[in-house]
Design a protein around this ligand. Sequence first.
Ligand code: FE2
Ligand code: FE2
Length: 194
Amino acid sequence: MNYDIKELKKSLIKVLEPKRYEHTIGVAYTAFAMALRFGADPEKALVAGLLHDCAKCYDNDKKFELCNKYGVKLTKVEIQNPFLIHAKLGSVMAKEKYGVKNKEILSAIKYHTTGKPNMNLLEKIIFSADYIEPNRKKILGLDQIREVIFDDLDMGIYIILENTLKHLNNKEMIIDSKSQKAYEFYKELIENRK
Ligand SMILES: [Fe+2]
Ligand SMILES: [Fe+2]
């Protein structure tokens, strides 16, 4: 192992709220198992899973301050929905605070909330592990996604994106263009199979 997993857990348990920490462990272990299943590097999956929400511990003011400090450019949608910032900022903090240099890990953290078109394997794994990990409350479609995703990762991702967009639409929340584009990409991919 190139990463000190114990140390990483020790630092995270200090800064994350207990529920967030539990979710973090759920994502990390789910991502590890998915990496074994799909042939990704399980260690990278574990590290990306552990750090994916590392910027959730900051309040909005601190998030903006850190983005400013590290030159993280924010979109209008992110400024209006500071919740979204934790992904981009998390990727920066994984590098700056936790010393992760691996680009795949950093990118998987960056896109874990919105997804994006044509994700690489590690991005897909962290995006879906975040959704299906055992501590997730039972959202509509979760059982179906859990059933399908270990057989058919792209299909699972497509259903996650579809459900996420539906949920955001129902709540009349703003949809990040990356999620919309990701949805269209995976919809076409699945439809082209037929
Ligand atoms: Fe997150
Ligand atoms: Fe998460």
